[in-house]
Design a protein around this ligand. Structure first.
Ligand SMILES: [Zn+2]
Length: 255
């Protein structure tokens, strides 16, 4: 993947990083990332991944921009109200960086469409707002062998992890969450969330997507980052592989 003069100038602050460099930038250009959810986490993630020069972004979300989104979903403007989130976000990416190809899917991911949406992706970022979609995306990413960056927020807190559960010593999403999709979900609509909390977690999710494409620093798989922004505290805990996991343990995965 050759970088043009314009790209060499645009990405100069990446290329000068010895941990990343021109080879990392070329890997970004060659990469396809699926982003599930163009909401509070998706907004900064899409902006940073677009600006960073990921070659192809595939945006999936079935919502339209609502006035109550604008307090935290900073990729949207007041004029986007009523527009499909994926369309408004794609327009923003094209304004940020014309070198990025953006593909949009205004739909809800389900078990019938997930494999075709994820096919060929190098990384999947899940920043959606419900467990049914999270399980569906996580199971498909596991089955297809695609690294999954999973991010979640609530009120003043967040969680972030990267899953490669097909590897012998690395957990999958179900090792962590188990099998119960009916567990209580936190809802930004009901519980509220401070705007910059989504910015922090979404930006960290973008960082982890870049790390998954062009590895730098420590491998995050097998760890869970807990972000407590009431206390302004970040904590990383070990996430072991569950030998009895229904997905990556002894049983065969089901899609
Ligand atoms: Zn597992």
């Amino acid at each position: 993947m050759i970088l043009s003069d314009d790209e060499l100038t645009r990405y100069a602050r990446h290329i000068v990083l010895k941990e990343f460099g021109g080879s990392g930038q070329a890997r970004l250009k060659a990469a396809t990332v699926v982003i599930v959810g163009a909401g509070g986490i998706g907004s900064p993630a899409i902006q940073y991944l677009g600006a960073a020069g990921v070659g192809r972004l595939i945006l999936v979300d079935d919502d339209s921009v609502e006035p109550s989104n604008l307090q935290r979903q900073t990729i949207f403007t007041t004029a986007d109200t009523g527009v499909a989130k994926v369309d408004a976000a794609a327009g923003a990416v094209r304004r940020i960086n014309p070198h990025v190809a953006v593909e949009t899917h205004c739909l809800r991911i389900d078990r019938a469409n997930v494999a075709s949406l994820l096919a060929g992706a190098d990384v999947v970022l899940d920043g959606c707002d419900n467990f049914a979609t999270r399980f569906c995306v996580a199971d498909a990413a596991y089955a297809l062998g695609i690294p999954l960056v999973s991010a979640a927020v609530g009120q003043f807190e967040g969680q972030l992890a990267t899953y490669r559960g097909w590897e012998a010593d690395k957990p999958c999403y179900r090792c962590f969450v188990g099998e119960d999709p009916e567990r209580a979900e936190t809802s930004c609509a009901e519980d509220g969330v401070l705007g910059p909390v989504t910015g922090v977690v979404g930006s960290l999710a973008a960082l982890e997507v870049l790390r998954a494409i062009a590895p730098f620093g420590d491998d995050p798989a097998g760890k869970l980052l807990l972000i407590d922004l009431l206390a302004l505290r970040f904590r990383s805990i070990r996430l072991p592989k569950d030998p009895g996991c229904s997905a990556c343990g002894k049983r065969e995965p089901t899609l």
